[in-house]
Every structure is written in structure tokens, then in C-alpha cells.
Design a binder for this molecule. Structure first.
Ligand code: NAD
Length: 294
């Protein structure tokens, strides 16, 4: 079978990581990239790239407010989409791009790479309390910190942990949040009755990313990035294989090759559900009141 032909839209920070992964993975060729900044990629207009190159898949690595138009364009062209998280900066954009993907029937994965951690199925699902934290420094980008562009700390950083907690504990019933500058503290009530926290902040040399699952059998601690392991309550699990960021991409490419939309690590439906919780957390922080999810 011929190699898959992939393109990238948005040749910034995460695109560099994905381009390196595509070069290393077998069965795929990175054919071209597009970026509005002159000289950053072969094309300045992603529409021209889509029209000229025969792509099987496109990696959408633009800021969140530039996800919808690219996904809609790719889906209309019958091209599979690896969509970086968050799905969008606003729910109407997320629903519109999902409708475009559904109508076209193309494979679409969302870049919540923690879902590619190999040992997730071995974790307890009955934790009464989930404690998530992500405190480290990050790369400054022009849209980061601009909530109108999807650059809030909630969407950009906390949504990774919201998504992982949703994987473990299921649907979220209500959320309340407070924020101060780059620091955000979110409290989740799950439909199951479990409670969760997600605390994120920017701090050089911070404690990093982790999730603790506290239940009747004890506490399991997940270390997230750069090592991925879980330990406690009788468990000692190590992530197996390439780093989750790369494995999530490999899983998507395999789904494209097999034309199996269900074979991705994070589906668009899950990405949209996680966005709903993240947007509710943003609203809660602004209003100073808990927000219920439908
Ligand atoms: N999964 C992860 O761990 C992870 C990590 C970092 C970023 N991300 C996500 O990846 C996406 C991109 O983030 P980034 O950090 O690479 O941002 P970035 O600012 O470094 O790169 C974005 C690029 O998109 C380009 N761009 C903007 N508008 C465009 C348009 N209309 N057409 C073509 N190019 C356009 C910009 O010029 C820039 O080069 C965001 O959604 C972000 O949340 C995910």
C-alpha cells in the first residue's frame, strides 16, 4: 500500500513536534505545510495547499479560533483530520466542524494525547476523588492568554486534565472555577457522584502534571510527562511504546489507512464533550457561580 500523504496547517510549535513524528513513522509522507506567516511553510493559504496536493490527511495545528474553517475545508475535500485540542474556542464552532466531519464521513481525531497512554484500561474507574494538577512553564505564543481566541489557561492547559478525568470518571454534571492570572482552580462534580479537581498554572520548575485517583482501595498516582506511569493501591504500570503525543498520531494514521473512524484515541465527540466542560469552567470563573452541564 502506498504511503499516506499528510499536510499540516499552522507551522508553529506543536506542528514541529508532529512533523518530526511524521518523518519517523512509517507509512506516511509529510507532503506540505501551510502557514499565514510568509516563509514559515510551503503555502501561505491552506486552501491552495488542499487544492494542489492530493492529501489523505491534514494535521490542524492552528490556534483554536482557526480550527473550524480548516476542518470544514478539509472535510469538504474528503481529507481526514487530526485536530489539535481544544476542538475550538467556542461551542458553535465545535458543533459546526463536527457536523462537517460527520457529513463527509472522514476520520477525525482530537489531540488529547493522554488518551493514548497504554495503561489507561488498567486504572480503577471507581475513584471518589480525582486530583489533577498541571503546573509548569509553557512556550509563549501570541494567542495564549487571549480567551477570545481560545487561549485561556482553561482551554489550553486544564482541558487536558478535564479530558483525562472524563475518561476515568465519565460525564461531568457541574463545574465551578476560580482564576487569577495564569492560575486556575476547577472543581468538577461527576454524574456518578465523584468529585474532581483540576489546578493549572505557569511556573518555571513547577511540580509538573499528575493525576491522583483516590478510592476505597487506596490512591493511584499517575505521573504525566515526561514519564508516564501509575503507582499505588497495588498497581505499578508503565506506559509502553512511543510517547503518547506520537502514539496518538500513529493511532490516527492507522485509522485513516483502515478507513475506520472509530479507531482513533480521542474521538471528536469526546473532544466536544471535554470542550463543553472547559467552557463551563470558563463561564463559572467569570460569573463566580457553579455552572451545570446539560
Ligand atoms: N496536544 C498538545 O499537547 C498541544 C501542545 C501545544 C499546542 N497544542 C495545540 O495546537 C494548536 C497550535 O498550538 P501551537 O502551540 O503550535 O501554536 P503556535 O502559535 O506556535 O502555532 C500556530 C501556527 O498557526 C499559524 N496560523 C494562524 N492562523 C493561520 C491560518 N489561518 N492559516 C494557516 N496558519 C495559521 C500561525 O502563524 C502559527 O505559526 C492549538 O490548538 C494548541 O492548543 C496542543
Amino acid at each position: 500500500m502506498a504511503d499516506l500523504r499528510a499536510g499540516i496547517v499552522g507551522a508553529g510549535w506543536i506542528a514541529g513536534t508532529h512533523a518530526a513524528a511524521l518523518r519517523d513513522l512509517g507509512g506516511v509522507e509529510l507532503v506540505a505545510s501551510a502557514d499565514v506567516v510568509p516563509g514559515r511553510a510551503e503555502y501561505e493559504d491552506w486552501r491552495v495547499m488542499l487544492a494542489r496536493e492530493r492529501l489523505d490527511a491534514v494535521l490542524v495545528c492552528t490556534p483554536p479560533d482557526v480550527h473550524r474553517e480548516v476542518v470544514e475545508g478539509a472535510a469538504a475535500a474528503g481529507v481526514a483530520v487530526y485536530l489539535e485540542k481544544p476542538v475550538a474556542h467556542a461551542m458553535d464552532d465545535a458543533l459546526a466542524l463536527r457536523a462537517a466531519v460527520d457529513a463527509a464521513g472522514v476520520v477525525c481525531a482530537v489531540g488529547y494525547q493522554y488518551r493514548a497512554i497504554s495503561f489507561l484500561a488498567g486504572l480503577p474507574v471507581d475513584a471518589a476523588l480525582l486530583l489533577g494538577a498541571g503546573v509548569s512553564d509553557t512556550v509563549q505564543r501570541d494567542w495564549l492568554g487571549d480567551a477570545a481566541r481560545g487561549g485561556s489557561m482553561v482551554l489550553e492547559r486544564a482541558s487536558h486534565l478535564i479530558d483525562l478525568e472524563r475518561f476515568v470518571a465519565g460525564d461531568v454534571a457541574s463545574v465551578s472555577a476560580v482564576e487569577a492570572g495564569d492560575a486556575v482552580s476547577i472543581a468538577l462534580r461527576f454524574a456518578s457522584g465523584a468529585l474532581g479537581t483540576v489546578v493549572v498554572g505557569r511556573a518555571a520548575g513547577g511540580p509538573g502534571w499528575r493525576l491522583e485517583l483516590c478510592g476505597d482501595e487506596g490512591t493511584v498516582t499517575l505521573e504525566l510527562d515526561p514519564a508516564f506511569r501509575a503507582h499505588g493501591a497495588g498497581l505499578a504500570l508503565e506506559h509502553d511504546g512511543p510517547p503518547p503525543l506520537r502514539l496518538s498520531l500513529a493511532c490516527f494514521l492507522d485509522a485513516v489507512a483502515r478507513r475506520d473512524p472509530g479507531a482513533v484515541c480521542c474521538s471528536l465527540d469526546d473532544g466536544v464533550a471535554t470542550l463543553a466542560v472547559a467552557l463551563a469552567a470558563q463561564e463559572s470563573a467569570q460569573r463566580g457561580a457553579a455552572v451545570a452541564l446539560a
